[in-house]
Design a protein around this ligand. Structure first.
Ligand code: KE4
Length: 427
């Protein structure tokens, strides 16, 4: 019985829309009621009824070192001893900015904000100001936060809830957002050509994580780079999820494609609220107070978030990425073997330590193919895994996140639970 979770959820539903503070947490994509978490340590979540789960939500990406890492907790408690927020410049934001700039060659300057949504909203505003143009191309199935201009056939929560456009987003706000299919360069070229000299930017998840993990086909990212350059638009890589997860320089370090602007979040806050946008100096110097593009934030550069983010990045050395790669690959291989053993059609798509199990298809290249996957079977699988003490992200269109705290034994336990769960679902 999940009695404490159930009573908390009942009370939460009387106070919070859907009983949650972010839609995907409500289990609408898999059915049933969400578990309320009491605490987390390493790769484990512990719910309020005392059950332990191997955690593959990872707070949707930030917890790349697992929960309660000593270095991160020490950094936060040291920062807390100095106060929690000043509303004035402080050293932690400079130190984290230096670490990000050192890791990502395309980022000359950076501005910290408080969420990925805010980072994307600000980067889009900057791109429009820098080019004097209005149109933005985004890709169906990619999710860039909930700013009005991005909630136009978005992926992630909106896609899971089947809300292709959100009520409250005006035609005016959506009118300047053009939608292209992911991995389809010809389509993007056509849309860009139709936009003519009105195209301000192309924004893309360099590896999509919000329709499930979908990797760019060969040449796709470079094609976007060439297209943007050719038509005088900017290329924005939304690396809120992939930043510092896929490599010490994010996805752009893996694919060797240079965007004009990059948005970041999640890992750079170590689990505390954070976002950032950065890129070429000539662009970033247009941002207030150095330039005319206004953007501000009460808690931007919060010293606790900066300290937690820096402590996290400093742990992400070559050895950490090697461990993440090895264990994530082992998990992927274990699931693929299990699918074959139980004669279940599906695939596991992975980029570094983020992966997705899609049922019913051999490959997923875009949002249409992701939506065509067998979501009912995923829902059954999700609950079979939960019963066996493994908490997957509660949606077939999300990424599972492996952390450095997921050691060999935990990966083996997960693979064993996958086998039993697939067997149960096959019946
Ligand atoms: P936030 O505003 O949620 O910090 O970031 C928005 C965002 C922007 N860009 C990308 C590529 C993202 O993945 C996100 C947020 N990711 C989702 C997970 N699919 C957050 C989970 C949620 O909405 O609760």
């Amino acid at each position: 019985m999940n009695s404490k979770s159930e009573s908390l959820f009942r009370e939460a539903q009387s106070l919070l829309p859907g009983g949650v503070n972010s839609p995907v947490r409500a289990f609408r994509g898999v059915g049933g009621d969400p578990l309320f978490i009491d605490r987390a340590q390493g790769c484990y979540l512990y719910d309020v009824d005392g059950r332990r789960y191997i955690d593959y939500i990872g707070s949707w990406g930030p917890m790349v070192l697992g929960h309660g890492h000593d270095a991160v907790l020490a950094a936060i408690s040291d920062a807390v001893s100095r106060g929690v927020s000043y509303g004035a410049p402080s050293a932690p934001e400079v130190k984290l900015a230096r670490e990000v700039v050192n890791r990502v060659p395309s980022i000359d300057k950076i501005r910290f904000v408080n969420s990925g949504t805010e980072a994307v909203m600000s980067a889009v505003r900057l791109a429009r100001a820098a080019t004097g143009r209005n149109k933005i191309i985004k890709f169906s199935g990619c999710y860039h936060g909930h700013a009005d201009s991005m909630l136009v056939s978005a992926g992630s929560g909106v896609a899971t809830m089947g809300l292709p456009d959100s009520p409250g987003v005006t035609e005016g706000a959506a009118a300047d957002t053009l939608i292209a299919p992911y991995n389809d360069l010809d389509a993007v070229r056509q849309i860009a050509a139709d936009a003519g000299d009105g195209l301000a930017a192309i924004i893309v998840e360099p590896v999509a994580g919000n329709m499930g993990v979908v990797c760019p086909v060969d040449g796709f990212l470079q094609g976007l780079r060439d297209l943007a350059t050719g038509c005088g638009a900017l290329l924005i890589f939304d690396e809120v999820m992939t930043g510092f997860r896929l490599s010490r320089s994010g996805a752009q370090g893996v694919y060797d494609v240079t965007p004009d602007l990059t948005t970041l979040g999640k890992i750079i806050g170590g689990g505390l609220p954070v976002g950032a946008y950065g890129g070429r100096a000539d662009l970033m110097e247009m941002v207030a107070p150095q330039g005319p593009v206004y953007q501000a934030g009460t808690l931007s550069g919060n010293p606790l978030a900066m300290a937690a983010g820096l402590a996290t990045l400093l742990q992400l050395n070559d050895g950490a990425y090697e461990r993440l790669e090895n264990n994530s690959r082992r998990l992927q291989e274990g699931i693929v073997t299990s699918l074959s053993t139980h004669g279940i059609r599906g695939t596991v798509q992975r980029a570094g330590s983020m992966l997705t199990l899609f049922f019913g298809r051999e490959s997923v290249r875009d949002f249409e193919e992701s939506k065509a996957c067998d979501r009912e079977r995923f829902a059954k699988f999700f609950h079979a895994m939960l019963k066996r003490g493994v908490h997957l992200p509660p949606s077939s269109m999300e990424a599972w996140f492996v952390s450095t705290a997921h050691d060999d034994q935990v990966i083996d336990e997960t693979i064993a639970a996958v086998g039993e769960s697939l067997k149960e679902c096959a019946q």
